[in-house]
Design a protein around this ligand. Structure first.
Ligand SMILES: Cc1ncc(COP(=O)(O)O)c(C=O)c1O
Length: 347
């Protein structure tokens, strides 16, 4: 259901607002100073997350960006390159943090939908005598810029031995790993077993207001605690946030509803804009439209969206991304598709 003010927001799954149950848990959370590791709710969240992901330890961080950047900081040295596909969030959307904070560059391989192969790793590493050293590779699953595509477990498994042979550490940006889990039926632990570290976000489809977590071996997470403080990300009575995150994590199976809604959205849109959308490409909670193939210019559609109180992001390049989440439903999908119908009728 749309927000109380009638706004239906398809910009991102980050726009969800805490449920009444989350707000109550936040109000009643037992707290302490987490810089002293005294916050029982944060400690519980870290224990639950580490166990679920199958890693020794976990650290609660304010954002996914901080989780990724700590992982990079911990597993590289200044001057290194990080191996990845060109579309990953930590390379494109984290405001140059990896170069500013860790002094690293990125060595990209052309891997559609983030599916890096063993051959591509071999090829990148064969140049290591000339180019900067690579110590870390990063996966993103689900892959945001690829439209929420799942990187299949077999792809990660097939690449890992080669990465290890070259001595690489592996980080998984699993901001939406539970969307991958909901779509594939593969557990988060199995995806994470092909990486040393994984970060995932409570504040996206899982629906908590704030927070992400970095999981990995105890020694790395211990060092992450030191670096988190350096970055200003060590929080005090953060149990009020962890309380909501615990509920978000408990209810993670709900994500299948977002996926069903995204498929429905794509199907409905394809009735009006057949050549702009391919429903078969929808794997999780994102629908991508080719803005150049819309039946009316986006700017005209946008006027109708604005009038109807529907929020969408402007196209990124040619791609318009619509995201489903807990705070939109089928009625909102109908409203959105109607605005496009009206735009076409009046254009
Ligand atoms: C794949 C991916 N990784 C990391 C992040 C960063 O999360 P945050 O916005 O909490 O910093 C995002 C945010 O959208 C994301 O999509």
């Amino acid at each position: 259901m749309s927000f109380p003010d009638g706004i239906a927001d398809f910009r991102s799954d980050t726009v969800t607002r805490p449920t009444p149950e989350m707000r109550k848990a936040m109000a009643e959370a037992e707290v302490g100073d987490d810089v002293y590791s005294d916050d029982p709710t944060v400690n519980q969240l870290e224990d639950v997350a580490a166990a679920l992901i199958g890693k020794e330890a976990a650290i609660f961080v304010p954002t996914g960006t901080m989780g990724n950047q700590l992982a990079i900081m911990l597993q590289t040295r200044h001057g290194d390159d990080v191996l990845c596909d060109p579309g990953i969030h930590s390379r494109n959307v984290e405001k140059g943090a990896a170069s500013a904070l860790s002094g690293v560059g990125f060595r990209t391989v052309d891997a559609p939908d983030g599916r890096i192969t063993a051959e591509q790793i071999d090829e990148a590493m064969s140049l290591s005598g000339f180019f900067p050293r690579i110590r870390l590779m990063i996966w993103e699953n689900t892959h945001n810029l690829a439209g929420g595509k799942v990187v299949p477990l077999e792809v990660m498994a097939a690449a890992e031995p080669t990465a290890r042979r070259h001595g690489l550490s592996i980080h998984l940006d699993g901001a939406r790993i539970f969307n991958a889990v909901a779509a594939s039926g593969v557990t988060a632990e199995r995806y994470a077993s092909h990486a040393d570290t994984i970060q995932f976000c409570f504040s996206k489809g899982l629906g908590a207001p704030v927070g992400s977590i970095l999981c990995g071996p105890s020694d790395l997470i211990g060092e992450a605690r030191y670096l988190r403080k350096r970055l200003g990300g060590a929080m005090r009575q953060a149990g009020v946030l962890a309380a909501a995150a615990l509920i978000a994590l408990r209810d993670r199976d709900r994500l299948v509803e977002d996926h069903e809604l995204a498929s429905h959205l794509a199907d409905e849109l394809s009735v009006v804009a057949a050549s702009a959308v391919d429903s078969k490409q929808v794997e999780t909670n994102m629908v991508q439209l080719d803005a150049n193939r819309l039946p009316v210019p986006f700017a005209i559609w946008k006027q109708h969206l604005d009038l109807d109180g529907i929020k969408v992001n402007s196209p990124f390049g040619n791609t318009l991304r619509l995201v489903t989440h807990r705070d939109v439903d089928r009625a909102d999908v109908s409203r959105l598709v109607d605005t496009l119908r009206r735009a076409v009728a009046t254009a």
